[in-house]
Ligand binder design. Structure first.
Ligand SMILES: [Fe+2]
Ligand SMILES: [Fe+2]
Length: 167
């Protein structure tokens, strides 16, 4: 890998993180009544996304949707089979209960993502058309469900009102 590709990957990671960090800062600013500062953080967050997507495009990691689905399956699978189990283990050893919770709900949801993607991949490979339905996301744990929000989130126990449609 060339130094520049390495740098693009590092910059992609940093800009992606800045996007989420600034969105969190914007929410906090809104909570504290700094509405103008919240506007800045939201604008800058969008700008960091522009940078991140430029870097990613140049790295060459955005391919055809059929390839992207497969890449997403392998990313999610790595997370729920290897990365999060190791992180949960260590967080348990270190007694960081909040981290255990955060890693554990993410772990369960990444497995759900891998399964949802596997279904999509199977339909694509059969050359069939996908059904038209909506996804709902739990604001508390990120659980992602098809068709309609459950009465109670099976991952974190949040109520139906905590689910939103992400588009
Ligand atoms: Fe995921
Ligand atoms: Fe949840």
């Amino acid at each position: 890998m060339s130094e520049t590709i390495k740098n693009l990957k590092e910059a992609f990671a940093g800009e992606s993180q800045a996007n989420r960090r600034y969105l969190a800062f914007a929410r906090k600013a809104e909570d504290e009544g700094y509405l103008q500062i919240a506007k800045f953080f939201k604008a800058a967050a969008e700008a960091e996304t522009v940078h991140a997507l430029n870097h990613l495009r140049i790295i060459g990691e955005v391919n055809s949707t059929t390839d992207n689905v497969k890449a997403a399956i392998s990313g999610e699978t790595h997370e729920f089979k290897t990365m999060y189990p190791e992180f949960i283990d260590l967080a348990n050893k270190e007694g960081n209960k909040q981290a255990v919770w955060s890693f554990s709900v993410a772990n369960k949801v990444e497995k759900i993502h891998a399964n949802l993607l596997a279904k999509i991949n199977a339909v694509l490979e059969e050359g069939k058309k996908l059904d038209n339905f909506d996804y709902y996301v739990c604001k508390v744990c990120g659980n992602t469900v098809e068709y309609s929000a459950p009465e109670k989130c099976p991952i974190c126990g949040a109520s139906k009102e905590q689910f939103f449609k992400p588009y």
